[in-house]
Write a protein that binds this ligand. Structure first.
Ligand code: SAM
Length: 248
């Protein structure tokens, strides 16, 4: 059978396109894209001629069958998204899972990913981290998710729409406290790349005063919960309180 190549593309700076990505996109029979016009621009920039077809959340399951058939016929296919690594908050998961279940070949062609790029310069612990994708757009649901992550000790990485960032920061202050350290990586690899670390409280003030900082694309990272060295964890405290109640 043919192979499905999962190909990462730049997250802003075309210089981050890899040689292998160019080679693979030039060799495959078909390219599955999120937005064919968007990908066409990328292909033109690298003088790659290829047939493209669209793939999005709504048609991914149907496409899975079609792609499996093409691979069975010996065609090779590349999967790309608008930016970065496919499947990472982008379409492709159902396709890759379906093909793996059918034991069809899937090969990664690695490259840029906004989450990892942001983490690599955040100055937050990188030994363990949790990628949380997009937070819910409604404040109630967002606060609930943040509440569940309040005692998470790993660095947390989120994708966020800049127009929501101020609301998100306000929710972080409310749920995790104004002192919690946050890093915002905006417009990575582009002209207005900005990486800033501060407390959640200071971010709220800063973003309210400078709406320019709410433009473009951003990755938001929250430092993990740091228990006081001698303190007991909230869970243990809860258990102890219950036990005290039960004591005669
Ligand atoms: N698959 C992509 C990847 O590997 O990074 C992510 C796709 S997701 C739909 C788009 C989100 O990624 C944006 O809302 C933003 O949070 C983040 N992002 C993408 N490009 C970025 C950039 N150049 N700078 C900062 N964040 C970026």
């Amino acid at each position: 059978p043919g192979t499905l190549y999962v190909v990462a593309t730049p997250i802003g700076n075309l210089g981050d396109m890899t040689q292998r990505a160019i080679d693979v996109l030039g060799q495959v029979d078909l390219i599955a894209c999120e937005d064919t016009r968007h990908t066409q621009k990328l292909l033109t920039a690298f003088s790659v001629k290829a047939k493209t077809f669209s793939l999005h959340d709504h048609n991914e399951r149907q496409r899975q069958e079609q792609i499996a058939n093409w691979l069975e016929e010996g065609k090779s296919i590349a999967l790309v998204s608008d930016a970065g690594t496919p499947l990472i908050s982008d379409p492709g998961f159902h396709i890759v899972r379906g093909l793996k279940q059918q034991s069809l070949p899937v090969v990664p062609v690695p490259g840029a990913c906004a989450a990892i790029t942001a983490l690599s310069v955040a100055g937050l612990p990188t030994d363990r981290f949790a990628f949380e994708g997009f937070l819910p757009s409604k404040s109630g649901a967002r606060q609930k998710v943040l509440g569940e992550l309040k005692n998470e000790t790993r660095t947390m990485i989120f994708y966020d729409a800049p127009r929501r960032a101020l609301d998100t920061l306000q929710d972080i202050v409310e749920v995790m406290g104004a002192e919690r350290q946050v890093v915002i990586a905006r417009e990575l690899t582009k002209t207005f790349e900005t990486i800033k670390a501060d407390s959640a409280g200071n971010f709220v003030d800063w973003l309210s005063q400078d709406p320019n900082q709410l433009k473009g694309e951003m990755v938001l990272m929250i430092e993990g919960y740091q228990p006081e060295p001698d303190s007991i964890s909230p869970e243990v405290e809860k258990t102890l309180k219950l036990l005290i109640k039960e004591l005669p």
